[in-house]
Design a binder for this molecule. Structure first.
Ligand code: PMV
Length: 286
């Protein structure tokens, strides 16, 4: 069986969401496809290599199998992963591979898991690997669409986006960098989170207005820079965009990763265009 799940971009609210503020997140039309076939032993094949059950090279898939084994007895499986989502750059590749693996396993082994069950297992897998996670990524990979968190309200996002990938970054490192800044300047940083919270809320209410949303993108980026998750490379790229009349911000943890903006017909060099994706995890083929 083959199943696929989408990646995501965080439109507004990263970091602030870790401290209970709102975030607006959309699935994107870049998917991870996982093929699962019953076998005598485990074999996992991806662009990271070919391994057995391997918690170092393929931690997300291996933990997904381990968690799935709690609901169905799995003796072995041949697993092949193909992903259009760049790894480690904030576009939700890890959650997409977990969710697609769980869906393909459930289809291949005849275990009926609904979306909420897939989401709950995927959240556990994310925590197995990362130790701590907000659960937003597995939610988006499972359900698709664009949502305001934490209340899970659907938002209509009528745009496409350009996305530039500046390479892998560490979410854990950036989250602890923000935590340290917050320890040193608690009141200032809390106020910045409050402002980001309002930005996510305002965006969720005015998504149809490109000019208004672009102002919020610029504001959110300035605040991300203020909490230290931008880099000189990101700042320079955004300044170059500004000179060309484009507005952009970090999506995800920052410190590298991806920068995005609303696509209105001007495609920046080296960028990819992504659409919002309404469909979450699905079985592709018998
Ligand atoms: O870069 P990503 O996709 O790992 O996003 C991180 C988003 C944070 O708000 C920084 C952390 C979180 O768990 O929400």
């Amino acid at each position: 069986m083959i199943a696929s799940a989408p990646g995501k971009i965080i439109l507004f609210g990263e970091h602030a969401v870790v401290y209970g503020r709102h975030a607006l997140v959309s699935a994107i039309n870049k998917r991870c496809r996982v093929k699962v076939k019953k076998a005598g032993d485990f074999r996992i094949k991806s662009r990271l290599g070919v391994t057995g059950l391997d918690f170092e090279t393929h931690p997300y898939v291996s933990f997904a199998i381990k968690r799935f084994d709690e609901v169905a007895d799995v003796k072995g499986a041949d697993i092949e992963i193909e992903s259009e989502i760049p790894i480690g750059s904030g576009l939700g590749s890890s959650a997409a591979v977990i969710v697609a693996t769980l869906k393909a396993l459930s289809a291949e082994f005849g275990v009926d898991l609904n979306n909420e069950e897939i989401f709950e297992i995927a959240k556990k897998v994310e925590i197995d690997v990362q130790g701590r996670a907000s659960g937003i990524d597995p939610f988006i990979a499972t359900y698709g669409g664009a949502w305001l968190f934490p209340e899970r309200r659907r938002v209509d996002v009528p745009f496409s986006f350009f996305v530039v990938n500046l390479g892998e970054k560490s979410t854990a490192e950036m989250v602890s960098k923000v935590a340290e800044l917050k320890n040193r300047h608690p009141e200032v940083v809390e106020k910045i989170f409050d402002a980001i919270d309002l930005i996510s809320l305002e965006a969720s209410r005015n998504m149809g207005d490109v000019e208004f949303v672009n102002e919020l993108i610029a504001l959110n980026q300035s605040l991300l820079r203020a909490i230290g998750v931008s880099t000189p490379e990101i700042d320079e790229l955004i300044a170059r965009f500004e000179r060309g009349g484009l507005v952009a911000k970090i999506t995800g943890a920052g410190g590298g990763g991806c920068v995005f903006g609303i696509y209105t017909g001007k495609k920046p060099e080296g960028s990819m265009i992504v659409e919002c994706e309404t469909e979450g995890v699905r079985v592709e083929e018998e």
